[in-house]
Design a protein around this ligand. Sequence first.
Ligand code: C5P
Length: 368
Amino acid sequence: PEFSTFCLPFSLVYYSLVTLAVQNAALSIVMHYSRVSTPPSLAYSPASAVLLNELLKGSISFVIALSRTRELADIPWRRMSLWEIICSLPYPWTAPFWTLCGEIFSPDCWKLSIPAILYVIQNSLQFVAISNLPVASFQVTYQMKILTTAAFSVALLRKKLSSTKWLSLFFLAIGVGIVQIQTSSVSAPKNQSVGSAHDSAPLHIHVMSPLKGFGAVTAACFTSGLAGVYFEMVLKNSKADLWVRNVQLSLFSLIPAFLPILYTSTPTSPGFLSGLLRNFGMWAWATVAIQVFGGLVTAIVIKYSDNILKGFATSLSIVLSFLASVILFDFRITPSFVIGASTVLCSTWMYNQPPGKEPLSIVLTSAN
Ligand code: C5P
């Protein structure tokens, strides 16, 4: 539905958007730390992380979808004793299970293959970008996905954006640009990770290639915009359940996620599984967990809201990650950061004004 999230402060979507902003900020920081805090010889494989992300997300979505099947809801659980529930478990699970499998492998499931491939590429590019850029630069540049998302929404979903909405997008880009300028002037030396001078944990010297990082982040902005809008198109043009769509998305993602792994080793070779999880320490698992959680929340936001609004919510994460950088990495807040972040916040407010109450339309009406 066409929606004004910020008018529904206690709705699920409102919480999802705030959660997504926090999740985005946490992901950049944890993912960056997980990549730069170990020497390259002890680094975990990003391909394994992408695969694990899809496996976990798909499994969680499957369980949620299963719990929502009608057969399972029709069972009078409340009137049954615990013993009856245990005794009847083998049967009630099988019927909903097969119903769900039928829904997952429906004739139109192939539609999810396109966003699935794009998301795997995006998730892999994210690792390249975050390993080669300071957290702040990555975060801010990644916000350009809002513009690609708006462009794809107009092109594919035939969304009409009012002049106020375009103007707020323009201001958003300017705000991001201003923050970007401050980032490059105060960020860490090019060949060191951000925070290494201040962080109490010993970070290893990690050679970063900003050009590679910016190239990866730019490509990720395009795949993010296209994948998100395509997923929204599939979701809103059919009645299939969100969680079934999510399982389909993860299933199709498994193929491209497996390819780079198969390139280096074969599943039948001894030690394949332990090789997959080699060097997976606490930070690597935390990265995967935050990604899985973010994927699930993203799906909810796309379903009940839209991609453009999701972009605005995640742009708030810039402010959160900078605040975290101040606390964790002794980052300095400069006037240009305050101006840039305020521009982002104002444009977010402007974008979310309900039709008729938009600042620009008020100006135009009073002029008439
Ligand atoms: O940056 P962006 O918001 O485009 O990132 C979306 C993230 O959410 C990707 O990592 C993607 O894998 C994930 N996602 C998901 N399930 C969906 C939609 C997105 O896991 N249905």
